[in-house]
Design a protein. Structure first.
Length: 136
């Protein structure tokens, strides 16, 4: 008993020395904060009559669209466009300048709410808004 008390009394000041540097949480310091585009990037899908549409959003602002014809079971690349996050909305801008505006839903999916063609905005009626679900 006397020996253990002696060891504690002798070693306690060494362990509490002010010369030692505090331990830093380097994991938190090295974590990069993701941009909205990096958070949103991924693969989304929707099923429409006879086809499945898949959209691959890359973090560098490119979206590639693919279509699977369920009759032929063949994937075909449909288009390539640019995309960006504007506030809480997703904007997909085609080569001709037309823009699809979608709202990003709380579950991570997105729904088309409007299209801008030749500078004219056409809103999609609430009951007819297609929703694209994240699959990857």
């Amino acid at each position: 008993m006397k020996i253990s008390i002696l060891i504690i009394v002798v070693l306690l000041p060494i362990g509490c020395s002010k010369d030692s540097e505090p331990v830093r949480d380097t994991f938190k310091e090295t974590q990069k904060k993701l941009t909205p585009e990096e958070k949103f990037a991924g693969t989304y899908e929707i099923r429409k009559v006879g086809d499945i549409y898949r959209y691959v959003f890359t973090s560098n602002g490119v979206v590639k669209g693919f279509r699977l014809n369920l009759n032929s079971n063949v994937w075909e690349q449909d288009y390539i466009s640019k995309w960006k996050i504007v506030g809480r909305d997703l904007h997909i801008v085609d080569e001709d300048g037309s823009t699809a505006i979608s709202v990003i839903n709380p579950d991570g999916s997105f729904s088309d709410i409007a299209y801008i063609v030749d500078g004219k905005r056409d809103d999609v009626p609430v009951g007819m808004r297609p929703t694209y679900n994240r699959i990857k």
